[in-house]
Design a protein around this ligand. Structure first.
Ligand code: ADP
Length: 192
């Protein structure tokens, strides 16, 4: 009898394997996009999952972060953009995925991501994590540095896709408009 080397094919295993790439994506950067492209080359179905993060105060709303990711991933095959709250392992299992993808930039990323990976494997329904090292040209980019440089008037065009730059500029001018209005309101107590 020939030993069965392949797992039994069921309707579930017939589907292409799925992996989940979770993050805040506040906003999505060229570094994220690089990880998405490289992970998608190995995984036919990649779910990019935006963490709702009610505890952090994000710059962009959940909807804005999802919309921007959908925009910048629209030319890539096999990518789905979604969002979730609660435990990552529960989300991964609920979506029928079997792997978490993470990007690693610097040594300090490793410490945190390693402990998260251990946790996610040991929680009930545990899921394994695969790390992709950041590409050298993007290793210095983080969403928080992009937000900071932008808020101080610096040029972020090298760090984010053009759609993100446009969205950040729109957001900035709409905020500048509303803060001007509130200053005017407080002068003389009249709405101008
Ligand atoms: P950030 O740490 O920039 O605020 P996220 O929480 O959205 O970003 O990160 C989601 C995932 O993407 C994490 O695994 C993080 O390590 C990875 N990542 C973020 N920026 C980069 C980058 N420039 N290169 C590679 N991976 C990255």
């Amino acid at each position: 009898m020939i030993p069965r080397l392949m797992p039994k094919v069921t309707s579930k295993t017939n589907e292409p394997p799925r992996a989940v790439y979770p993050g805040s994506f506040d906003p999505v950067t060229n570094g994220h996009l690089d990880i998405i492209r490289r992970a998608a080359a190995h995984y036919p179905r990649l779910i990019v999952a935006v963490v709702a993060n009610p505890n952090k105060k994000p710059l962009l709303t959940l909807q804005q972060r999802v919309d921007l990711l959908r925009d910048v991933c629209s030319g890539l095959r096999g990518i789905e953009v979604d969002c979730f709250d609660g435990l990552l392992v529960n989300y991964v299992r609920a979506r029928g995925a079997s792997l978490i993808i993470k990007g690693l930039r610097i040594v300090s990323d490793f410490e945190y991501e390693f402990s998260m990976a251990l946790l996610n494997r040991h929680l009930p329904g545990g899921v394994d994590t695969m790390f992709l090292p950041a590409s050298l040209e993007y290793a210095h980019i983080s969403s928080s540095s992009v937000r900071e440089v932008f808020s101080l008037g610096g040029d972020i065009s090298e760090f984010v896709p053009p759609a993100v730059l446009r969205a950040m500029k729109r957001l900035q001018s709409s905020r500048a408009g509303s803060s001007k209005k509130s200053v005017k309101k407080s002068v003389g107590g009249k709405t101008v």
